[in-house]
Design a protein. Structure first.
Length: 207
């Protein structure tokens, strides 16, 4: 990565970190672009090099932070010997849930602002950072699995929606259970979603 590219990425990351701190403390609607650039130590013109407006920043911020979570989970998975497809997805989900439990402010933020479009952008963000994007890594996992699935994107969508919507209260309020007590139920449902999506077992020459 060249020095110019590194400098651009550093400024962009500074805007991300500063805006998240402000959105968390002041609120999204109460935070102005002037507030963000002042805290980030960049010119307002620099802001508009990377973002169209505050809403574009919000979506890209979620994509940036969520993409970081997925990438870390993927790296940790690569250090294991887990081969079973459902267990690989559950490992990734478990890693992300544990990280969200340590970052409740981020969990609150995404719960108010997340959409599938934004999340899919997060899964595809690797091209912006030089990292492998998670969505293509997921599709590679699907290809390597011994099963053919009806719709891999819908399967991932259902799992992401399930994890995102059902973990909020468990992590923040311990309701209806603590997150650790809830996990076995959650992972049983994830296995069910995967099973429901299986069309057939691949022949040996397809795997």
């Amino acid at each position: 990565m060249g020095r110019v590219t590194e400098n651009k990425q550093a400024k962009r990351n500074s805007i991300f970190h500063s805006s998240f701190d402000l959105f968390r403390t002041k609120g999204f609607f109460q935070t102005s672009i002037s507030d963000i650039v002042t805290k980030a130590g960049v010119a307002k013109g620099t802001f508009y090099l990377y973002f169209k407006d505050k809403y574009d920043l919000r979506d890209k911020l979620i994509a940036f932070k969520a993409g970081t979570l997925f990438h870390a989970a993927e790296l940790n998975l690569s250090e294991t010997n887990i081969k079973d497809f459902p267990e690989r997805l559950i490992f990734i989900a478990d890693q992300i849930i544990d990280r969200l439990a340590m970052e409740p402010d981020f969990l609150k933020f995404i719960s108010k602002n997340l959409s599938w479009g934004v999340f899919k952008t997060a899964l595809l963000k690797g091209h912006e950072t030089g990292e492998t994007d998670f969505y293509n890594a997921y599709l590679h996992m699907v290809e390597e699995s011994p099963y053919e699935f009806k719709n891999p994107e819908i399967m991932l969508f259902m799992i992401v929606e399930l994890v995102g919507s059902s973990c909020y209260s468990c992590i923040l309020d311990d309701e209806p259970l603590t997150m650790e007590d809830y996990k076995p139920y959650l992972y049983e449902v994830i296995r069910g979603i995967i099973q429901m999506q299986i069309v057939k077992k691949k022949s040996s020459n397809e795997v």
